[in-house]
Design a protein. Structure first.
Length: 150
């Protein structure tokens, strides 16, 4: 995968019932091939996913290279920690990640607001990283994700 020419799949897209997994696979493939471009792999976006899945960036990238397909990667993950997760645990993880946002007053919040104002002026309703990523990668965000639990 060449992320200098395309974008990874949305963090909101689920694979194996888990958000961010498709995106992490795309970034791992680009990392393995040396084509990350402006993207980071094993970053603050990826690390919570890896912890939830019972892996780490190095192991995940190696397995992505070995297994190659989404289905094979999900089968591997289900044979480990993901297979031991209840649907309630998966739902809670997904809900938490969907509401991931910068800490008020942090450098991350300053970066977030600057980027949001640059790519989506007037979209103060966009307060989560997943929505901002989608906007930055030219995916529509017709209704922004709220920080309140559903």
């Amino acid at each position: 995968m060449d992320l200098t020419k395309t974008v990874p799949r949305s963090a909101k897209d689920k694979l194996g019932g888990v958000v961010s997994l498709k995106r992490a696979i795309d970034k791992a493939k680009a990392h393995n091939e040396g084509h990350l471009g402006e993207y980071d792999y094993d970053c603050p976006h990826d690390k919570p996913l890896f912890v939830f899945l019972g892996t780490n960036g190095d192991e995940f990238a190696a397995k992505v290279k070995e297994l190659d397909t989404d289905d094979a990667i999900v089968t591997w993950l289900r044979s480990g920690a993901l297979g031991k997760k209840t649907q309630a645990e998966i739902d809670a993880f997904n809900a938490e990640r969907m509401r991931w946002h910068p800490e008020p007053g942090s450098h991350g919040e300053e970066y977030f607001v600057d980027l949001r104002n640059k790519i989506a002026p007037g979209r103060e309703d966009v307060v989560t990283w997943f929505d901002l990523l989608d906007l930055d990668e030219h995916r529509p965000v017709s209704q922004a994700t709220t920080l309140q639990p559903a």
